[in-house]
Design a protein around this ligand. Structure first.
Ligand SMILES: [Zn+2]
Length: 79
């Protein structure tokens, strides 16, 4: 017969709970990083008026909605 002690049951439950919390946190962090990367990809800063706008098209050059200047898409490090 397999004997189960109370300490063993508590330890197994703690391991299960901690593992589920850890993997949930890891999945949320990966998902959030992916969304932030996707969001940064669509933001463009106008070189003339410094207006930050979102351009969902995949074209390399976009037009500023404020001053109508043509802007080249480049990486934004921090908004
Ligand atoms: Zn502009």
């Amino acid at each position: 017969m397999f004997r189960v002690t109370l300490d063993g049951v508590i330890a197994v439950y703690l391991v299960i709970i901690l593992c589920s919390v850890f993997f949930s946190w890891l999945a949320a962090a990966v998902f959030q990083a992916g969304r932030a990367k996707q969001r940064k990809k669509h933001f463009v800063i106008c070189g003339i008026c410094d207006h930050v706008y979102e351009d969902l098209s995949e074209e390399e050059i976009s037009e500023c909605p404020r001053c109508s200047a043509k802007n080249e898409r480049e990486k934004i490090l921090e908004i």
